[in-house]
Design a protein around this ligand. Sequence first.
Ligand code: SF4
Length: 336
Amino acid sequence: MGKPEPTQHPEDGVELLRSKLSEWFAHNGKDYPWRQTQDPWAILVSEIMLQQTTVSSVISNRRFERFLEEFPNLESIAKAAEPTILKAWEGLGYYNRVRNLQKTAQQILKEYGGQFPVDTQSLEALPGVGRYTAGAVSSFAFNQPSPIVDSNIARVISRLFDSHRPIDSSAGQKFLWQKATMLLDKHAPRLFNSAIMELGQTLCSPQTPHCHHCPIRSFCLSKQPELLPIKKPRKKTISIEEHAFFHQIGQKVLLAQGTDTRRKGFWHFPLRKESEYAHLKPIKVSRYSITHYRVTLYLYHQKPASLQEGEVYHPINQLSRLPIASPIRKLLEQML
Ligand code: SF4
């Protein structure tokens, strides 16, 4: 069965489009925990958490609720030590997100007396808050008429207008924000933004859009929606090899604290040059991905001739308190 033909241009029937979308959302909208609050701090946390983590993973592991139990407000995270916030974010990756959450909390306390700014311009000036997140906090927490464009909404808009501009190009972004602004229901921005996002997450799915059940199908101009949206060619994955060793003395294990951008603040196996292991066979070879890096880690059993800066023997029963990236923690558990 082909996609239904449009009967009206989305701009000509925008009011009907909004009401059809809202009605559909009223019956089909999911009751996510972040939709049950209008607290701007909780909404900011959910938006930052969902930037690179899937909804299902956040929901199934109660990551959102657990984070808010530990940091229920700006004050609680503003004064926390860095290892504590990194530990609370463990497993979610992209740790600069939680560092920025802390800086944002500190900035709001200092510059706004603890009251969140309402307008998108002030929100966008906060660390780690981009145009989308500013619009999301402004509309979801304060019901302000601020448009939002995330990957789900970008897909819906590209298909609705049959746009073939790459969504990650500046022309494509300009187009998406213009259309999101035009479509937005200024009288019910919270509801409208939630509804269009939900449509992208459910019916207007990437590979097989369910157009015959779509509440706005009579406005949708795309002929082959499964081919949209268009993106620029992807950033290449960088493959790297690392050589590290495992050493344990009694109930203590040697770890090094990262200082480079990829590992800053995190504990990992101490690294050495490959040439130092020329006479050894690795006891483990582990492959994992972090952001756009594909890492192959060769792990050797070795007693170090001397310790380097940042290398410390940690009691094994205290490792759970340290920030350690998930692939390294798994490997460490296997070794112990
Ligand atoms: S599901 Fe998406 S592609 Fe299909 S009619 Fe709705 S908006 Fe258009």
